[in-house]
Each structure stands twice: as structure tokens, then as C-alpha cells.
Design a protein. Structure first.
Length: 101
């Protein structure tokens, strides 16, 4: 990965997706859709970076503790954009979910 990838999603944001997740559908121009530049849809939301979530031998392994309370606050939130699984070379199918303090 050339950019940070180790983010946890926020439980409260997932409970109200219409308000907390922005969906951008990209009009398909006929190009091969399975790369980052031509991703057909993008979801934007806020998340927290999880420094202890690291890759081992090039493979990201989920952190051992999910649902953490008290460690992250609104000030820790960063805007992230998610694209379909096949549009990137680093592919994450499951994200940890955290609660804010």
C-alpha cells in the first residue's frame, strides 16, 4: 500500500448510513472497471486509524480487539474512501468496528 489502510469503522456511523456515508456512483465510460481510477462506486465516511493493525508478510491481519471504548474520540476521525474489493491491490473484506469515547 502506498497510503494508510489500517482504519477501523465507527459503529455509530454504520448504524445511520444514509446520514454518515456518502455514495458516489461513477458513470462507466467503457474502460476496464476494476482498477482504482475507474472504480464504479466510492463510499466516503469517517474512520479511525488503528496503528496496531499491521501487515504480516504482506497480508493485513485484523487486530485482536474490536469494539474498543475509550481509546478513540471524534478528534481521531479521518475521512476515508472505500472502493469495491477488486479495484485495489490491497484488499480488505472485513473492517474492525469501534465505538468512540
Amino acid at each position: 500500500a502506498t497510503a494508510p489502510w489500517n482504519y477501523g469503522l465507527i459503529d455509530a456511523r454504520l448504524r445511520n448510513p444514509a446520514e454518515d456515508i456518502t455514495v458516489e456512483e461513477v458513470e462507466w465510460d467503457g474502460r476496464y472497471p476494476w482498477n482504482l481510477d475507474a472504480a464504479p462506486i466510492r463510499l466516503s465516511t469517517t474512520a479511525v486509524r488503528i496503528p496496531e493493525w499491521e501487515a504480516a508478510n504482506g497480508v493485513p491481519h485484523l487486530p485482536g480487539f474490536h469494539g474498543s471504548y475509550g481509546k478513540y474520540t471524534e478528534e481521531d476521525l479521518e475521512e476515508i474512501t472505500l472502493v469495491p474489493y477488486g479495484c485495489t491491490t490491497l484488499r480488505i473484506s472485513t473492517f474492525p468496528v469501534y465505538n468512540l469515547r
